[in-house]
Ligand binder design. Structure first.
Ligand SMILES: [Zn+2]
Length: 309
């Protein structure tokens, strides 16, 4: 996909599925990053959208008529269509609000002070139509929006970002679970505002959120079978323990510093490089080490060298 701003129409047909007033329009490769899946709700009074992935730039009037955007969380790939709808009201969980309102807020949320901020911003503007949204408003856990005959309800599920939420449309029972994307990669908690601890709690809470249909931002797309959803959720959750086991294996081989563990990689293949890789690996591994120190599985000496307990 080669997105361009302005009055574009889709040059490939956009696959979609409809559940009552709720529609899911699939991004390229089933919404694989950098694209995503667009949820639109045709309320009897208000037309709403959940996030705005790249595909939103190809939908046309059906997206451009959006009056209300409720963000499940704030990351570059979820705010790409906001430039098309400057008059729409934009709501963000209060813990992600600073991220959407300014570039400084976004850069702080990513949390890599060594990265070249201006080069990164230029890349986001080029590839993701990045534009901050200083007019965005905050919401809290349990917030609701009435669209007429349907209603949106927010469930705070932090971890991926501090303000990540699951957004449920009633009465359809469609839950947009965002970047709890159930992908084979596993949970991502590599940003400064991410939390492994919170992610574990959010994954445990997810089955209790009342829903019949689950929609991920990326890749997996739509689940209509609860058993299938729960199976993939269990596999996704198990990725966190697999990472812990991998770190323990590294430390059983020999004691190592955080930097040495980052070199070995736990998220990405060894040798894989991206502007995010070292920062995300460092944040991810540091959180696992801290957890394992508390659990007594790992010891840290005064020089900052970790070993298996
Ligand atoms: Zn994200």
């Amino acid at each position: 996909m080669n997105p361009v701003s302005g009055n574009t129409t889709a040059h490939v047909p956009i696959a979609r599925v409809d559940f009552g007033r709720v529609s899911v329009l699939f991004g390229e490769k089933n919404g694989k990053y950098p694209d995503g899946n667009q949820v639109l709700i045709r309320g009897s009074d208000i037309r709403a959208a959940f996030d705005t992935p790249l595909v939103s730039n190809y939908i046309g009037p059906e997206f451009d008529a959006t009056e209300l955007v409720v963000m499940g969380h704030v990351h570059e790939d979820h705010m790409t269509g906001l430039h098309r709808i400057p008059r729409a009201e934009v709501y963000v969980h209060e813990a992600d609000l600073a991220t959407i309102r300014s570039w400084d807020g976004m850069f702080a949320a990513y949390g890599n002070a060594t990265r070249d901020a201006s080069a990164m911003r230029a890349m986001l503007e080029r590839d993701f139509f990045y534009a901050p949204r200083p007019d965005a408003r905050g919401y809290a856990d349990g917030a609701t929006w009435d669209l007429g005959e349907s209603r949106i309800r927010a469930f705070h599920t932090p971890g991926h970002t501090a303000g990540h939420c699951v957004l449920v449309v009633e009465p359809e029972g469609v839950a947009f679970i965002g970047d709890i994307d159930l992908s084979g990669f596993g949970p991502y908690y590599g940003d400064a505002c991410s939390s492994l601890h919170d992610f574990r709690r959010s994954l445990a809470r997810l089955p209790e959120i009342p829903a019949k249909i689950w929609v991920t931002s990326h890749h997996r797309g739509v689940y209509t079978d609860r058993e299938h959803f729960l199976r993939d959720l269990a596999a996704f959750t198990a990725k966190m323990d697999a990472r812990e086991q991998r770190l323990l294996a590294y430390l059983k081989a020999s004691p190592k510093t955080l930097e040495q563990l980052v070199e070995l990689r736990v998220l990405y293949p060894q040798g894989y490089e991206s502007p995010w890789a070292v920062s995300a690996e460092t944040r991810t591994i540091a959180q696992h080490l801290a957890e394992m120190v508390v659990d007594g599985k790992v010891k840290r000496d005064e020089r900052g060298v970790y070993s298996a307990a």
